[in-house]
Ligand binder design. Structure first.
Ligand code: CO
Length: 134
């Protein structure tokens, strides 16, 4: 059911420093920062030929990334995102298989303007999984 790996998201304590590191030391193409207030994040996209890295930084004190950085002060992998063709069909299949969504279970609109859902890390070996409708 899942398709390509869309991105790996990394929470970072210093967005400018992390962007510069991916651009200068790793030689990647890095976007300008973008604020996504509904998700409480400021994000930088690192473009790879086969996927993306999202560098996430908290936007506001209520940001889920702020809590993550309290537990992981030097940053860390926050989630992985898989593409699906039909997010409602994917959600229903996952729920039938005992997985839980985070929040209402209704898709939100993600950073790329597409429908997304998050799945509970306790159901996936401790990894937070995002689904994005391709
Ligand atoms: Co994501």
């Amino acid at each position: 059911m899942i398709g390509n790996l869309n991105h790996v998201a990394i929470a970072v304590p210093d967005l400018d420093a992390a962007s510069a590191q991916y651009r200068d030391a790793l030689g990647a193409t890095v976007s300008a920062p973008r604020d996504l207030p509904e998700q409480g994040v400021r994000v930088v996209f690192v473009e790879l030929s086969n996927s993306k890295i999202e560098l996430l930084h908290p936007l506001g004190a209520e940001s889920p990334i702020a809590k993550f950085l309290q537990r992981n002060p030097s940053g860390g992998i926050h989630h992985v995102c898989f593409e699906v063709d039909d997010i409602i069909a994917a959600r229903d299949r996952l729920i039938d298989n005992g997985a839980r969504t985070i929040g209402s279970g209704e898709p939100a609109i993600g950073a790329h303007g597409k429908r997304i859902l998050f799945l509970h890390p306790k159901d996936f070996s401790g990894a937070l999984i995002e689904l994005e409708e391709a």
